[in-house]
Design a protein around this ligand. Structure first.
Ligand code: PBG
Length: 311
């Protein structure tokens, strides 16, 4: 009766990894319980999400190595893995599911960075934004509902918003990865999209310093002013104060991305007998809601939804 925070399947966004082929399920070693699925399998997961009451899925492609290049131009191919997955989900589920798509070049570049590089290997902001805009329109043309730029370039939200307006996508939303930290928790994700082995160095020239909170508020303010419909804080658990501050200061929908390393640590801890997995994951998810989140991107989405639906 006195419970203040309610977690439901409607608070969950399920990230899914797409791979080439038909009838393929590839388990990801560093993300126990998570697989890459071929497009037909992604459509099946989307139907599962609808049945579980999960309102939205987030898609990430594992682009074939021979389609990766310095400039990541496969991101602009209207028939790329991402676009085929979007269409298959739409065919399978109609408007019963929201499709959120990641905008950044790392699943398409041969160097694993999110943008274009200069001769010294530094990510060039403005040239990258120009490509991200076309990537976003390509995804919207394929049927994405929510564009989620995770690249952390400056000025990309405004540029994407303008391009969506000019390309007959006025209703496509933008969920901005506004406060995205240069984190040690992304490792298993990079394995999942196949960029981990390619990446040299780090992403500290564009992702945030984990020591900074005021800077996160400035990043969020920019993205809201540029037209973001919602903002994201990423990773989740080490940044609950940022979620709280963002909600208090701006009052917009705030989402947390409980990232791959956070998921993997729960699974590893449970496998070691530290505590009950279901209890661990539910406690963390409700913590995000208590901190002010409208929802959480989590690889535990189907497990959590089942627990919430059936106990
Ligand atoms: C990159 C991107 C990353 C994640 C989502 N989009 C990794 C990175 O910045 O290297 C991480 C998600 C996760 O770890 O679960 N554009």
């Amino acid at each position: 009766m006195h419970r203040e925070t309610l977690l439901t399947p409607a608070d969950l966004i399920w990230p899914l990894f797409v791979t080439e082929g038909t009838g393929i399920e590839e388990p990801i070693a560093t993300l126990p319980g998570v697989s890459r699925w071929s497009v037909d399998g992604i459509a099946a997961r989307a139907r599962e999400a609808v049945e579980l009451g999960i309102p939205c899925i987030a898609l990430f492609p594992n682009t074939q190595p021979d389609r990766r290049s310095d400039d990541g131009k496969e991101a602009l191919n209207p028939d790329n893995l991402m676009c085929r997955a979007i269409k298959a989900v739409r065919d399978a589920c109609g408007s019963d599911i929201g499709i959120l798509t990641d905008v950044a070049l790392d699943p398409y570049t041969s160097h694993g960075q999110d943008g274009l590089l200069d001769d010294e290997g530094y990510v060039i902001n403005d040239d990258t934004v120009a490509v991200l805009v076309d990537q976003a329109v390509n995804q919207a043309d394929a049927g994405a509902d929510i564009i989620a730029p995770s690249d952390m370039m400056d000025g990309r939200v405004k540029a994407i918003r303008m391009a969506l307006e000019m390309n007959q996508h006025p209703n496509v939303q933008i969920m901005a990865y506004s406060a995205k930290y240069a984190s040690a928790f992304y490792g298993p994700f990079r394995d999942a999209v196949g960029s981990g082995g390619l990446l040299k160095g780090d992403k500290k020239s564009y992702q945030m310093d984990p020591a900074n909170g005021d800077e996160a508020m400035r990043e969020i303010a920019f993205d809201i002013a540029e037209g973001a419909d919602s903002v994201m804080v990423k990773p989740g658990l080490a940044y609950l104060d940022i979620i709280w501050r963002a909600k208090q200061q701006f009052g917009v929908p705030v989402f947390a991305y409980q990232v791959s390393g956070e998921y993997a640590l729960i699974e590893a801890g449970a496998a070691e007998g530290i505590a009950d997995r279901d209890a661990l994951l539910m406690e963390k998810l409700v913590g995000f809601k208590r901190a002010g989140c409208s929802g959480v991107l989590t690889y535990h989405a189907p497990v959590a939804a089942r627990l919430l639906n059936h106990g």
